[in-house]
Design a protein around this ligand. Structure first.
Ligand SMILES: NC(=O)C1=CN([C@@H]2O[C@H](COP(=O)(O)OP(=O)(O)OC[C@H]3O[C@@H](n4cnc5c(N)ncnc54)[C@H](O)[C@@H]3O)[C@@H](O)[C@H]2O)C=CC1
Ligand SMILES: O=C(O)[C@@H]1CCC=N1
Length: 278
């Protein structure tokens, strides 16, 4: 009901936009005809999206925004200023802006679009591609509870949705937005060690993938703490203890902790640059 006859325009048709479009169409949250995607210049990409998902696409960004009830801002942070300037003359007050852009405060989008725009800021992650994003959303100054409900419904197509105050968005970005990358980085090291030790790349990938899937499922299924869970793997003087001991000697957890704090600081920095440049 909330989405019946509503048009969603994706301003930006990159990896994140495609993941969300895929989820919306697959889960029939809206019909493909309700979605319009547009981008800066890659018409080939637009054609591919049209063929793959049956959505509408256009290179005419003003036209795409004119038709929209919801405008999803899905460009890189450096492009948002120009993107909103280009469409400013056609935006109207009933439209809801949904930003997936890392670090950009809702107030920046409100200001650029004329002051009173309803903005919901979101932070999905790349697991949206497989419907397993941990997405957080927060309301800008003028967004209503109904807007938050609408955006929750849209993003439920690509995973879980958690509503947080905007002040927590930097933490969310460092932990969950960037989160998949930390795991892939660790997995790269696991693959290297596995292959060095005689497993084929295929064997390594298959064993590691299932190990990671198992960890995710176990986490969802247990009330044990992470510490209890890794202790459970460690037999006294066994293989795991040997590995974890080396990781603690090398301050592995500190490195991980500091990396996340650094990512959160970078999110703040991205935001402050935009706030100051107003
Ligand atoms: N990749 C990730 O893990 C996550 C990314 N994000 C955010 O999602 C946003 C998009 O990221 P990706 O999809 O990875 O980027 P991408 O580079 O794949 O796509 C960006 C898109 O924006 C378009 N664009 C640029 N200028 C435009 C303009 N003036 N008007 C309309 N479209 C314009 C480009 O043509 C392209 O289609 C970024 O702001 C990023 O911070 C958020 C959460 C996670
Ligand atoms: O690295 C970035 O800036 C974006 C935001 C979270 C994941 N990717």
């Amino acid at each position: 009901m909330m989405l019946t006859n509503k048009t969603i325009t994706f301003l930006g048709a990159g990896a994140m936009a495609e993941a969300i479009i895929g989820g919306l169409v697959r889960n029939q949250i809206v019909t493909p005809q309700q979605i319009i995607a547009t981008n800066l210049s890659d018409t080939f990409k637009l054609e591919r999206l049209e063929q793959r998902y049956g959505i509408q696409t256009t290179s005419d960004r003003e036209q795409a925004v004119k038709q929209a009830d919801f405008v999803v801002l899905a460009m890189k942070p450096k492009n948002v200023e120009e993107a909103i300037r280009e469409i400013k003359s056609v935006i109207y007050k009933e439209q809801l802006f949904i930003s997936v852009i890392a670090g950009i405060p809702a107030s920046y989008i409100e200001d650029l679009s004329g002051g009173q725009a309803r903005v919901v800021r979101t932070m999905p992650n790349t697991s949206a591609k497989v419907g397993a994003s941990a997405t957080a959303i927060s309301a800008g100054t003028f967004a209503t509870d109904e807007d938050l409900d609408t955006v929750s419904l849209l993003f439920s197509a690509v995973g879980t949705v958690t509503v947080v105050p905007e002040s927590k968005m930097d933490a969310v970005t460092g932990v969950a937005g960037s989160g998949p990358a930390y795991f892939y980085y660790l997995i790269e090291a696991m693959e290297k060690a596995a292959v060095e030790s005689g497993l084929t790349p295929e064997e390594a990938t298959s064993l590691i993938t299932q190990t990671v899937v198992g960890v995710g499922k176990r986490l969802q299924d247990t009330s044990k703490t992470s510490r209890e869970l890794y202790k459970e793997v460690m037999s006294p003087n066994g293989t795991t203890e040997a590995g974890i001991t080396l990781l603690s000697e090398r301050n592995g957890q500190d490195a991980m902790h500091d990396a996340i704090i650094k990512a959160i600081a970078r999110s703040k920095e991205l935001g402050s640059v935009f706030t100051e440049s107003k």
